[in-house]
Design a protein around this ligand. Sequence first.
Ligand code: AQP
Length: 328
Amino acid sequence: KKKVFSGVQPSGIPTIGNYVGAMKHFVKLQDEYDCTYCIVNQHAITVPQDPKELKARTRELAALYLALGIDPDKSNIFVQSHVPAHAQAAWIVQCNTYIGELERMTQYKDKAAKQESVSAGLLTYPPLMVADIILYNTDFVPVGDDQKQHLELTRNFVQRFNNKYAKEKDLLVMPEPMIPEEGSRIMSLQEPTAKMSKSDTNVKGFISLLDEPKVILKKIKSAKTDSSGVIEYDKENKPGISNLLTIFSAFTDKSIKELEAEFAGSGYGYFKEQLAEAVIAVLEPIQTRYKELLESDELDRVLADGAQRASEIANKTLHKMESAIGLA
Ligand code: AQP
């Protein structure tokens, strides 16, 4: 079986953007691929986090993974900091990556602009992500559009490392991004030209997977649209309604064309109510399962087992890397 790896940061509660762009696909992939899904808490500390909250969010994200339908018998779920090989491999990656490459990353530039002081870790976040991916001999990485550039960096690193240290046989597996054709970039409800983010300080900009139904309805009702009142997809001129159509399509598996036809002549108010209903219909059962899981000790067992299974694979790759460069 080909191998899939992906991760989500416990930097907030995942949004419907994280869901549509990445997490929704995690579940489908587990039958066909050998999947590893990580809670990347070391990535989260590249910007300030409250320790208690970070710990709680980490466990909550694990519960959400399971509530979404990720099956620990099929996929491996673990917490990044439980597997030290990630930080160890990241150091090797950093020493074979150029500062210029990292300074060009748009996510770094965007996040750095929002910080009063920028940690070195924010700059070296991509090498840690490279380490996450290569340690599991990953073939495919299901991610949203914002991670495309980091995946490109990963591929460049793999090629460079293999060329330099493993001339005869490829040491590291070349990964490929798996970016959905639609919904790879869900936009903020309040600012539809900016990406929806779980750490947005304006909570009206995103819908979290744990928002209550009445909050979901309220946020969708107050989503920014335009004054034309026509429900049609036009990303350039009508980014707000286009974003809502994309979300609607992702939550119902109806195409945007079908939705345009269905809602031709309806007003934005009615459309938004129907959209909220569709989102709630998907999220409510997930939320129910989530609450049950959070209180059970099944979660802790899954994470302990996951870390052990992950360590075995990760340590093997790390050892190969260390041997190749003369560290072992
Ligand atoms: N708006 C989005 N639309 C589609 N996909 C998205 N992803 C993130 N935002 C959107 C994808 O979700 C996965 C997990 O993201 P992450 O936790 O690794 O961090 P991120 O990409 O930085 O996402 P956020 O929500 O913006 O987090 P914060 O606010 O902490 O930075 C990734 O596959 C990502 O592409």
